[in-house]
Design a protein around this ligand. Structure first.
Ligand code: SAH
Length: 258
C-alpha cells in the first residue's frame, strides 16, 4: 500500500517564520529526509526517524524518500525557505516524472515556506514592491552563459533581481562577474541588498550602491537583491535606510541598456 510524501518549507531559519501548516505536517510525519542542518532544526520525537544527508545529493534523497513512501511510510522531505525555490520539491517531482509508475500513486503534497528573498526584502523595506525575478547564480545545473543572458534580460527589462546561491568555494568569481555585467546595463546608484542568514541570530543586512557591490560581501548564506533605476532609498537618522521599489511605473525604462 502506498504511503504519503509531503515536501515542507521550514522558512529561512527563525522558528516564528515557519507556518502552522508546516508544523502540522512535521508533527504528522514519521520518516524525515533532508539536508542534516534542516532536520536538526526540528524537535523530532524519538519515534520519528531521521534520514539526514549531504546537500548535494538531492535526486538520490528524493528517490530514497519516494521508495520509503511507496512502501507505506509517512514521509516528510524538508527544505529551508520554500521547498519550490531552488530546493527539494522540484527534485521530488523530477524523480516521480522519470521513476516507476507506482510512485504516481503516492499521496504527494508540497507545503510552502517563507523563501529567503522575502525574509531579506522584509528587513530592507519593500525592494520587491514592483516586478521582480529570482535567479540562482549556481552553474551546477545550468551553464554560466545562460545565467549571463538572464541577468542582462532581467536588468534591461526593469526587473528587481534576487540572487540565490550567489557564491560558493567552487565559484568565487561569479558574483563579481555578475555585478560587472550589471554595471554595464544599470546605473551605479541602484541599491544592492546583501541579506545574510535572514531570520537567524547571526543575521546581517548590508545595503550598498551597485557601483560599490563586491562578491566578498556575500557568502553561501546570503541572498542578494539588486534593485532597478526606480528603486528608492529612504535615509533615516540613526537607523538603517528603507529600500523600496515603487508600485507605479514612470515613463522610461529601468535599464540604460533598454
Ligand atoms: N529553498 C531556499 C533556497 C535554497 S538555495 C529558500 O526558499 O530560501 C540556497 C540559497 O538560499 C543560499 O545560497 C542563499 O542565497 C539563500 N538563503 C537560504 N536561506 C537564507 C537566509 N536565511 N538568509 C539569506 N539567504 C538565504
Amino acid at each position: 500500500m502506498s504511503g504519503s510524501l509531503v515536501v515542507v518549507g521550514l522558512g529561512p531559519g527563525n522558528p516564528d517564520q515557519m507556518t502552522q501548516e508546516a508544523l502540522a505536517a512535521v508533527t504528522a510525519a514519521e520518516d524525515f529526509f533532508g539536508y542534516f542542518p534542516y532536520i536538526d532544526r526540528l524537535n523530532l520525537r524519538p519515534d520519528q526517524r531521521r534520514h539526514a544527508s549531504d546537500n548535494r545529493e538531492e535526486l538520490a534523497r528524493a528517490r530514497a524518500a519516494l521508495e520509503t513512501a511507496a512502501g507505506g511510510g509517512k514521509v516528510c522531505v524538508v527544505s529551508g525557505g520554500d521547498p519550490g525555490v531552488f530546493a527539494m520539491a522540484a527534485a521530488v517531482c523530477e524523480a516521480i516524472d522519470v521513476g516507476p509508475a507506482e510512485w504516481r500513486d503516492i499521496d504527494f503534497s508540497v507545503v510552502p515556506g517563507v523563501t529567503a528573498m522575502l525574509a531579506v526584502a522584509a528587513r530592507a523595506g519593500a525592494p520587491l514592491g514592483h516586478d521582480f525575478c529570482a535567479i540562482s547564480l549556481s552553474n551546477n545545473l545550468k551553464p554560466w552563459k545562460v545565467i549571463e543572458k538572464r541577468l542582462v534580460a532581467a536588468a534591461t527589462a526593469g526587473f528587481v533581481m534576487a540572487f540565490y546561491n550567489p557564491v560558493s568555494k567552487a565559484r568565487p568569481h561569479q558574483l563579481g562577474d555578475a555585478f560587472a555585467l550589471l554595471r554595464r546595463h544599470l546605473p551605479g546608484e541602484v541599491p544592492v541588498i546583501f541579506g545574510r542568514a535572514a531570520g537567524r541570530p547571526d543575521e546581517a543586512i548590508r545595503i550598498v550602491p551597485l557601483e560599490a557591490a563586491e562578491s566578498g560581501m556575500a557568502d553561501m548564506a546570503t541572498c542578494v537583491i539588486v534593485g532597478t533605476a526606480e528603486t528608492r532609498i529612504v535615509e533615516r537618522q540613526g537607523k538603517r535606510p528603507i529600500v523600496y521599489s515603487p508600485r507605479y511605473f514612470k515613463d522610461g525604462f529601468g535599464g540604460a541598456g533598454a
